[in-house]
Design a protein around this ligand. Sequence first.
Ligand code: RIB
Ligand code: CA
Length: 316
Amino acid sequence: MSANKRIPLILDGDPGHDDAIAWVLAQASGAFDIRAVTTVGGNSTLEKTSYNARRVCTLIGLDAPVAAGRPCPLVTDLEIAPNIHGESGLDGPELPEPTMELSSLSAVELMAKVLRESDQPVTIVSTGPLSNTAALLAAHPELKSKIERISLMGGGIAYGNWTPAAEFNILVDPEAAKCVFSSGIPLIMSGLDVTEKALVLPWDFERIRALGNPVSSIVAQWLEFFYTFHRSIGYEGAPMHDPCAVAVLLHPELFTIKDMYVEIETCGEYCKGTTVADTLGLSGKKPNVSCVMDVDREAFADYLVESIKFYGEAER
Ligand code: RIB
Ligand code: CA
C-alpha cells in the first residue's frame, strides 16, 4: 500500500505476549503508518512493558518513537498479571536488545505530538488499560477530533476474566475506561466475547513455526508460553485477545460486530470494571461502541499464519 494511503496509527499497550503478536500483525500488514508506540502498566510494570515494547519493535523492525506512559491507573494502584505473562511480562524466547531508547516525551506528549502534526485523523489501537488515552483526552481535549477511532481490546459483555464480571484491561483502570467510553470517539471493542473465540490451536503454532523466519519462531514460542497458562484452566488454544483489535481493522469480514450502548461500572464490590452493554436497547441511549461479538476462527488463524510470512519476505 502506498505510503500516503496507509492508515496513521498509534499502538498503545502493555506487552504482554498478545500485545506483541498484535504489533507483529500491524507491522506485517503494510496498511498502517505506525507513528508512535506507547506503553502502560498492566500485564507488568511500566518499566518492563516499556523494555518489552522496545524489544518487540526491534524484532519486527518497527521504526517509530516509543514512549512510556502511565505507570499506574488514574485512581487506583496497578495490578499486574505475572501468572500469565511471566516475571518479565514477556517470558519465553530470547529477544533482541532494543536498538532504540525510550522517547524523552511521555506517552501523552508523544500521542499529542502525533495528533497535532498529522494532516489526517489518527487511529489508536489500545491493547492494555486505557490510562494513556484517558490522560491524553484530559490533557488535550482540543485534540479529540484528531482521533479517527480507537480499536481496543477490553471488556466482555457476557463475562469477565479477572473477576467474574470484569476483564483485566478495563478492571485495571475503570475510570480511564469510563472516560474513553463516554468520549464520543468511534470505538471498536474487541472484548472477551470475541477474543476467547479467536483461539490459536497448537497445530497452528506448528504452522507458524514451519514458516522458518526469525519472527515466526518467536511468535510460535510466545504462543506456546501464553497457552501454558490457558491450557491449565481448560482452554483448547491460546486466546488472541489483543490481535483481534488489529485484525478487525484489516479484515472486518472475519468478525461479527454489533453497535451497542456500553457503560463502564466504576464502583461496586463485585462488578467494578464491568462493561455493561445495553444488548436489548433498554436504555434508550444511542450506541457508543461497535462491539465485536464473534469471529471465523479458522479464517482468523489462517490470517495470522499468512501475516507472519511477511517477515520471511522482509529478510530477502
Ligand atoms: O484480558 C486480556 C487483556 O489483558 C490483554 O490485553 C492482555 O494482554 C492483558 O493486557
Ligand atoms: Ca494487553
